[in-house]
Design a protein around this ligand. Structure first.
Ligand code: UT7
Length: 328
């Protein structure tokens, strides 16, 4: 059983940070950021909570799908920047959109979050005939977790949300989800819920970087190394399992972290960069939002068309990675 993406929607904050704006806080410049990452600007949430962005994206997707929110059987929200420890972001979005008959929960798989959530949606639909529609939404306000004095991380991320209404179908679908927890400490943000020993950093060394609570820390080089292997790996595994080849894929929609990582994947596959949807130049890395924002934009622009085969491939903190091949 596959899925049909009935409709999508997005919400992107109006406020944005240009590369040059970072010069106010750190020693950097537009040329370094553009050549090392491919990013030129990124949206930054102002007053908007992450759930608000997710709910707005969901409302747009529901309107475009032309469905009654009461027919949504499940809401899965992918996020690592939820406004609440509890309730889940999915429940808050449910309140906003009036999906009164839905079950709701969040998925935390970092930048691979949308892929994990979409694949979970498909598995739910596969085992429950009564599930007519699932809302999969990815929403992130990364800017609230950034240390703006750290030039190696703060320049990378942006805020935004995208949502998809999916239904069961017999279209092509194959997936692979994976994780390598041995690299958990390479990309992380501590919650506020830590033992005092961790706060004072005196007696307890858990191997994770010492960064202020709630601020994103990463070993950029380790994540980069992992990413260049993980990004193509999921597609290769799907390809081996199903026989679907790279030449059959109309569009690769990768996690939008760094253009050089995507170029390495393109080289690995031996396919032109023209087959990759790129939005990181104007969105930056929006974590779980990155793949659905890219897909939504490509649909809105008429680049991705019905009947085309898509490969969604991602990686992120965890270190998670995964891919989905589907027909749009
Ligand atoms: O969703 C996953 C999220 N994480 C990632 O995707 C991270 C993956 N990693 C990367 O994208 C890259 O490793 C970075 C973009 C983070 C860094 O790029 P790099 O080419 O690996 O640079 P580097 O760390 O080797 O640094 C090269 C130089 C260093 O200076 P020195 O030591 O050679 O004098 C850095 O201090 O560039 C310096 N540098 C900067 N200079 C200007 C690092 N950040 C900046 C900056 N502006 N923002």
């Amino acid at each position: 059983m596959g899925i049909n993406i009935l409709a999508m929607g997005s919400y992107v904050p109006e406020q944005k940070l240009l590369n040059d704006d970072f010069k106010k806080f750190i020693d950097t410049n537009d040329e370094w950021i553009r050549t090392r990452t491919g990013i030129t600007e990124r949206p930054m949430a102002g007053w908007e909570p992450a759930w608000y962005m997710g709910a707005e994206a969901a409302k747009k997707a529901i309107e475009r799908a032309g469905i009654d929110p009461a027919d949504i059987g499940l809401i899965i929200a992918a996020t690592i920047t939820s406004d609440f420890l509890t309730p889940s972001m999915a429940c808050v979005i449910q309140r906003e959109i009036g999906a009164v008959n839905a079950a709701a929960f969040d998925v935390n798989a970092a930048c691979t979050g949308f892929i994990y959530a979409l694949d979970t949606a498909r598995r739910f639909m596969q085992t429950d005939d009564s599930m007519k529609y699932v809302l999969v939404v990815a929403a992130e306000a990364l800017s609230r977790f950034l240390d703006f004095s750290d030039r190696t991380t703060s320049i990378l991320f942006g805020d935004g949300a995208a949502a998809a209404i999916v239904e069961p179908s017999d279209k092509l679908y194959a997936s692979h989800l994976a994780s390598d927890g041995t690299g958990a400490h390479f990309l992380c943000a501590r919650s506020l819920n830590v033992a005092p020993e961790v706060k004072t950093e005196t007696e307890f060394d858990d191997g994770f970087p010492k960064k202020p609570l709630h601020k994103l820390a990463q070993d950029g080089k380790e994540v980069y190394k992992f990413a260049t292997k993980a990004l193509p790996r999921s597609f290769d595994i799907i390809s081996e399992k199903t026989g679907i080849t790279k030449d059959e894929i109309d569009w690769f929609i990768p996690h939008q972290a760094n253009i050089r990582i995507i170029e390495t994947a393109a080289k690995h596959f031996g396919v032109s960069m023209d087959k990759f949807i790129i939005t990181l130049d104007h969105y930056g890395n929006t974590s779980s939002g990155s793949i659905p924002l890219a897909l939504n934009e490509a649909i809105e622009k008429g680049i991705v068309k019905r009947g085309q085969k898509l490969a969604l491939i991602g990686f992120g903190a965890g270190l998670t990675y995964g891919g989905i091949v589907l027909e749009y």
